[in-house]
Write a protein that binds this ligand. Structure first.
Ligand code: SAM
Length: 229
């Protein structure tokens, strides 16, 4: 993604009541931070925060944490959060590679990956947020039985990810190559990139994978065959 430098982005983030500058201090204690026992859902690579802010507004009984690597991008979220703040949203400037430094095993109950950078060159494959290394890392913070929801416009990244999820011991619950013409659109909250690509007519791919320590699930895999190319 193209990065525009935003002067004082870090300072602007620190002035936002939803921003947590010392996330390592809350490892294993996020429920204390939120002052409730509600489930914690995480988005990695939240960008400007359109998706996670909307989710937090419509689901007040879920705690949301948004992680983004770049301050110049993340700072835009501060304009989306209502003036009165959002009690169930935390915003963190952090590299997901170090996820275990801020979350205890089993602390997260759902993970969203929206329009992750494709890193098309093979030598950069490890940076893809659906690479085997990251999928292994997520297991160390997800509660068994949790799901990962992944959406992308990028078909090669999606095809790659279908394989990496399966090879990493996740079970695929749903897959579609055209979310907007599938049975899975109800309740969909678009991210900023999603809105942009959908408006351009690009089909949106989506999968939901479950991490199950039994390595087997009774839930049926729903493959949206009508939209496969
Ligand atoms: C293409 S943008 C998508 C933004 C948003 N999710 C959306 O759908 O509109 C991907 C974002 O992921 C962030 N990102 C990539 N790798 C990351 C990592 N290891 N840790 C945290 N954020 C990361 C990038 O900085 C970028 O803002």
């Amino acid at each position: 993604m193209r990065l525009r430098n935003v002067p004082n982005a870090q300072e602007k983030l620190e002035a936002c009541s939803n921003f947590v500058s010392n996330p390592k201090d809350y490892k294993g204690k996020w429920n204390k931070y939120f002052e409730n026992d509600n489930p914690i859902h995480l988005e990695i690579g939240a960008g400007k925060g359109e998706f996670i802010t909307e989710m937090a507004m419509i689901n007040p009984h879920i705690n949301y944490i948004a992680i983004e690597k770049f301050a110049s991008v993340l700072v835009k979220i501060t304009k989306k959060i209502p003036d009165e703040g959002l009690k169930n949203l935390v915003v963190i400037l952090f590299d997901a590679e170090k996820l275990e430094e801020i979350f205890e095993s089993g602390e997260i109950e759902k993970l969203y990956l929206n329009f992750s950078d494709p890193w098309p060159k093979k030598r950069h494959a490890k940076r893809r947020l659906t690479s085997p290394g990251f999928l292994k890392l997520y297991k160390n913070v997800l509660k068994p039985g949790s799901t990962i929801e992944f959406k992308t416009d990028n078909r090669p990244l999606f095809d790659y990810s279908l394989e990496t999820f399966k090879d990493s011991g996740y079970n695929l619950l749903i897959t579609t190559f055209d979310l907007y013409n599938s049975d899975f659109l109800e309740g969909n909250v678009p991210s900023e990139y999603e809105r942009r690509f959908h408006n351009m007519g690009t089909p949106i791919n989506k999968l939901i994978a479950v991490y199950d320590t039994n390595n087997g699930t009774t839930e049926e895999h729903k493959n949206d065959i009508h939209s496969q190319e």
